[in-house]
Design a binder for this molecule. Structure first.
Ligand SMILES: NC(=O)c1ccc[n+]([C@@H]2O[C@H](COP(=O)([O-])OP(=O)(O)OC[C@H]3O[C@@H](n4cnc5c(N)ncnc54)[C@H](OP(=O)(O)O)[C@@H]3O)[C@@H](O)[C@H]2O)c1
Length: 306
């Protein structure tokens, strides 16, 4: 297939692009340009220079492709609308990258018993996102409804905390590298509040395998949580302290974390609970992830963690 990937220079999109190439697909990738465009060429991905605001370009590229993967930004509605416009009426696959902070809470490091499954968007579901996440969820629903409304084989892959080194031009994920940078700069490993908050998680190589499977066989209108286990931030930072040979982990006041990282990363990405369960990745796609432990990865990874 000729696949157009947004975010092809990024952590998720780059790893997915490399996996698609390995499976024999032809890949073109959106980039705002610079050295990352050259990195795409070196990988064998055709660089397409532009931004997520270039609606005509996105629509045209989607029309010319056999499939589209949106992995640049879970929150850019205009790009999603432009890509869907190019695919409308085609029955072609469209994979949208979302993130499981959609079910995140305002726990500020405390634990929660709430666990979410993939029925979130099923007819009759009474689940509602927080106001902070309403716009992201509305994009997910737009993508899911494109299956019936626009005849696109659309799916939402709602990723949890992704760990492991990326296989494309960008090596680092979001949450663990942020904790590592904070620890290295301050000399102490820290978690938000008591660190009892829990996130589901998944290794980037398993994520890339899942995108390939979804591209080939995901039924139209499918929503997936991309996860293979869960861990508390206390356990994650304990593993980081061992791996980095630094003191900690210690609690960090959320207001100080917000000042350092910003509101969304501190409250949602690192301070919330996001506990999800997938069954559909296994029943619909026969996904068999092989990596099971984020803390094992942290303590055994030979390369620097960020
Ligand atoms: N990593 C995770 O654990 C995770 C988990 C769940 C959800 N997510 C979400 O998934 C999305 C991608 O995550 P990521 O970790 O792969 O991010 P990333 O490494 O920062 O990659 C994003 C890529 O998108 C491209 N991009 C961003 N803004 C653009 C714009 N305005 N126009 C054109 N291209 C643009 C960039 O390419 P150029 O600089 O080459 O233009 C960049 O390489 C994000 O929305 C993130 O919140 C990530």
């Amino acid at each position: 297939m000729k696949v157009f990937v947004t975010g092809a220079t990024g952590y998720i999109g780059g790893s997915v692009a490399v996996r698609l190439l390995r499976a024999g697909h032809t890949v073109s990738g959106l980039t705002r340009g610079g050295p990352k465009a050259e990195a795409l060429t070196a990988l064998g991905v055709e660089p397409v220079t532009g931004t997520l605001d270039d609606a005509d370009l996105l629509t045209e590229r989607a029309r010319r492709a056999d499939a589209v993967i949106n992995a640049a930004d879970s929150d850019h509605r205009g790009a999603v609308e432009a890509l869907l416009a190019g695919l409308a009426g085609s029955g072609k696959p469209f994979l949208h990258t979302s993130g499981s902070s959609v079910v995140g809470d305002d726990a500020r490091g405390e634990a929660s018993d709430a666990v979410f499954d993939e029925s979130l968007h099923d007819p009759g579901s009474t689940w509602r996102p927080t106001a902070d996440k309403a716009a992201r969820v509305a994009i997910d629903r737009l993508v899911l409804s494109a299956a019936a409304d626009l005849d696109v084989r659309s799916s939402v892959l709602c990723n949890t905390l992704i760990y492991g080194h990326g296989r494309g031009p960008s090596r680092d994920s979001v949450q663990i590298p942020a904790l590592v940078r904070q620890a290295t700069a301050s000399g102490v490993v820290r978690h938000i509040g008591p660190g009892r908050n829990i996130w589901s998680n998944v290794h980037i190589d398993d994520v890339a395998d899942l995108y390939l499977l979804a591209l080939e066989r995901s039924p139209a209108g499918s929503f997936y949580f991309v996860e293979n286990g869960e861990e508390s931030f206390g356990a994650i930072t304990e593993a980081l302290a061992r791996a980095l040979n630094l003191p900690g982990p210690e609690p960090w006041d959320v207001e100080q974390a917000i000042a350092a990282w910003g509101y969304e990363p501190a409250v949602y990405a690192l301070g919330s609970n996001s506990r999800t369960r997938t069954t559909r990745t296994h029943t619909h796609l026969a996904w068999t992830p092989t990596h099971t432990s984020v803390t094992d990865w942290i303590t055994t990874e030979p390369e620097p963690l960020a």
